[in-house]
Design a protein around this ligand. Structure first.
Ligand code: TXA
Ligand code: MG
Length: 303
């Protein structure tokens, strides 16, 4: 079981055809057995071995976005073990762009099944140090590939039905996908209670040890001021806001570019924890483009 870097977040991987390795992933993560894993490939031939009836439209998407932060949910072939798909007839496949991930898959000579390298419910590590902190001695090997370029998990797109639906927003945005197929939409089940679009979306997720409170940009100053009076340790994560700081504020990071906000989100959660922050105030961002992915994670982190 190897932790390896990808351009999105670090993955906790095992050989696709190693039942022992797959089992170990579920147990180390404490992952519910109904939540399937993503299969990582390095070559397109592997895609044809793992899937069946791949629609021509999916091939257009692959041409445009692979390798990169996009996962496709497809009909699975008989080759794919059911333990990896949690009993589903579909399989999620992604071709990462990170050179270390690709070299690892090539070297193993087999696709690698990997969820994000966090314990179930926790934020995903995007740096070597965060992996060590999260998994400690439980990984057999950790490959250090520096900081993840995007910092949020891949976009998950269901291509088993037309129009294709986004099950999890990510750095490949709805707007970018619509340029290829204007009818692509966010799954109606996303963000609603009840049946989840994708098994992983119904579980508690991305939560650091501190309380996460989302704040509207317009109410930022007032909210920070009022929390600062409560005799708690406060952390701030915002879009380039300068405010007079009180001694209650022990963590303060701001990122004006949305890409940087996404890239540093989980890393900031871990940093805030290290500073023993009680309440992390996080500024909301627009829910479109990359903001849709950021807000999806923030809503779950603060739930
Ligand atoms: O960026 C990423 O995707 C990272 C890196 C390591 O590649 N991996 C990752 O894996 O985020 P994980 O396990 O944390 O998230 C996989 C998501 C879950 O929400 C899961 O329910 C969904 O993909 N998923 C996997 N197989 C599926 C399937 N057959 N149908 C629907 N959703 C599926
Ligand atoms: Mg995950």
């Amino acid at each position: 079981m190897v932790v390896f870097p990808t351009e999105t977040v670090y993955g906790l991987g095992a050989r696709l055809f190693s039942p022992k390795g797959i089992q170990k992933i579920y147990s180390v993560k404490g992952r519910p057995s109904d939540n399937p894993l993503i299969v990582h490939i390095a070559r397109l031939e592997q895609m044809s071995l793992l899937t069946e009836d791949l629609p021509a439209g999916a091939e257009r998407i692959i041409k445009k976005f692979w390798p990169g932060p996009l996962t496709l949910v497809c009909r699975k072939s008989a080759l794919v073990p059911k333990t990896v798909t949690a009993g589903l007839e579909t399989v999620a496949v992604r071709m990462p762009s990170h050179p270390v991930a690709r070299k690892l898959i090539e070297a193993v000579g087999e696709p690698i099944a990997a969820p994000s390298a966090n314990r179930s419910g926790r934020p995903s590590p995007t740096r070597y140090a965060d992996v060590v902190r999260e998994l400690g001695g439980d990984a057999d090997l950790i490959l250090d590939g520096g900081s993840s370029e995007f910092g949020l998990e891949s976009t998950v797109l269901d291509v088993t039905r037309v129009p294709f639906k986004i099950l999890r927003p990510g750095s490949i945005t709805l707007e970018a996908l619509k340029k290829v197929f204007p009818k692509i939409a966010l799954s109606a089940k996303l963000g609603k209670s009840g049946r989840a679009a994708s098994p992983g979306m119904k579980h508690r997720h991305y939560q650091p040890a501190c309380k996460v409170v989302l704040v509207d940009p317009k109410r930022w100053k007032k909210t920070v001021a009022s929390w600062s009076r409560k005799n708690l340790l406060i952390g701030l994560l915002s879009r380039a806001k300068s405010i007079p700081l009180s001694s209650a504020v022990v963590f303060n990071q701001s990122f004006s570019r949305e890409e940087d906000y996404a890239k540093n989100l989980y890393r900031s959660f871990f940093e805030a924890e290290k500073k023993d922050v009680d309440v992390l105030l996080v500024e909301r961002t627009a829910g479109t483009g990359l903001g849709a992915a950021i807000m999806d994670r923030l809503n779950r982190a603060s739930a």
